[in-house]
Write a protein that binds this ligand. Structure first.
Ligand code: FES
Length: 125
C-alpha cells in the first residue's frame, strides 16, 4: 500500500532535528488527526541552505517531512513557496488516498517557515 520510496523516507528519514539558529520556523497541526510538524529553515542570499524537521505524526507524515526538507534545500524562497502537497506526494511515488491528508502538513509547515523568515527580515508576504 505504501511505495518503496515512502517506506525509505519513513524508515530512514532525512533532516530530522532542529536548527537552533533557524531563520524561519513553521509549525503546522493536522486537524484531521492531531499530528504536528515543526519545520526549520536556514536561508542564505534568498536560498534555503538547510532544512530540518520534528514531526509527531504517522509514518506518512514522517516521510512527507523528510521529502519536503530534501525538496526545499537549495531552492530560492520563491521556488520553495511553490512546492505543493501534490508535488511532495508525487515525489514519494504517491500516497494511499486515505493518507493524502498527511501531505498537508509538509507544504503548510514549509510555507509558514518561509513566511516567518520574511517577517523576521522585514519582507511582507
Ligand atoms: Fe496524521 Fe498522517 S495520520 S498526518
Amino acid at each position: 500500500m505504501y511505495s518503496k520510496k515512502l517506506m525509505d523516507h519513513f524508515t530512514n528519514p532525512r533532516n530530522v532535528g532542529e536548527i537552533p539558529d533557524a531563520d524561519g520556523v513553521g509549525t503546522e497541526g493536522n486537524p484531521v488527526c492531531g499530528d504536528v510538524m515543526k519545520l526549520f529553515i536556514k536561508v542564505k542570499d534568498g536560498r534555503i541552505v538547510d532544512a530540518k524537521f520534528k514531526t509527531f505524526g504517522c509514518g506518512a507524515a514522517i516521510a512527507v517531512s523528510s521529502m519536503i526538507t530534501e525538496m526545499a534545500k537549495g531552492k530560492t524562497i520563491d521556488e520553495a513557496m511553490k512546492i505543493t502537497k501534490e508535488a511532495v506526494a508525487d515525489a514519494l511515488d504517491g500516497l494511499p488516498p486515505q493518507k493524502m491528508h498527511c501531505s498537508n502538513l509538509g507544504a503548510d509547515a514549509l510555507h509558514k517557515a518561509i513566511e516567518d523568515y520574511k517577517k523576521r527580515h522585514g519582507e511582507s508576504s
